[in-house]
Write a protein that binds this ligand. Structure first.
Ligand SMILES: O=c1ccn([C@H]2C[C@H](O)[C@@H](CO)O2)c(=O)[nH]1
Ligand SMILES: [Zn+2]
Length: 146
């Protein structure tokens, strides 16, 4: 069986970069309605980092989360192999956890990569996409009908 790299195998230097980058991205959050700024930073297999913030809209449901902004930036630039994503908000005492819609969008690009959920202080917990969205539906399922 091919060797599977554990989610914890992201090198410390990349974790630090992700944490700084998501905090920086949070500063650009456009969230006049919720007043809940979020930043995300996404690490690609080749070591590139794409960041994103939440971008809200007066037509509320059109708002997009920071995680999906980062993923869409990366995919639209030709990157879709991801190692990790970090998420942060202004919550000091709780870890920022991606919403269900973002989990599904992450899952589109694989289940075995890491999600760093951080407090505004930089403390974090890490889980895989698989752990955050077990028993998921994904692109492979579309090939399974007879
Ligand atoms: O993980 C999350 C959770 C929430 N939000 C955004 C959506 C909305 O703009 C605001 C409040 O839900 O925070 C994110 O960007 N990411
Ligand atoms: Zn979301």
């Amino acid at each position: 069986m091919a060797h599977k790299r554990p989610a914890c195998a992201v090198e410390a230097k990349y974790i630090k970069e992700l944490l700084l980058s998501c905090q920086e991205a949070k500063k650009s959050a456009y969230c006049p309605y919720s007043r809940f700024p979020v930043g995300a930073a996404l690490l690609t297999e080749d070591g590139k980092i794409f960041s994103g913030c939440n971008v809200e809209n007066a037509s509320y449901p059109l708002s997009i989360c920071a995680e999906r902004t980062a993923i869409q930036k990366a995919v639209s630039e030709g990157y879709k192999d991801f190692r990790a994503i970090a998420v942060t908000s202004d919550m000091e005492d709780d870890y920022s956890s991606p919403c269900g819609a973002c989990r599904q969008v992450m899952r589109e690009f694989g289940t075995d990569w890491a999600v760093y959920m951080t407090k505004s202080t930089g403390a974090f917990v890490v889980k895989t996409v698989q752990e955050l969205l077990p028993d998921s539906f994904g692109p492979e399922d579309l090939q399974k009908i007879k």
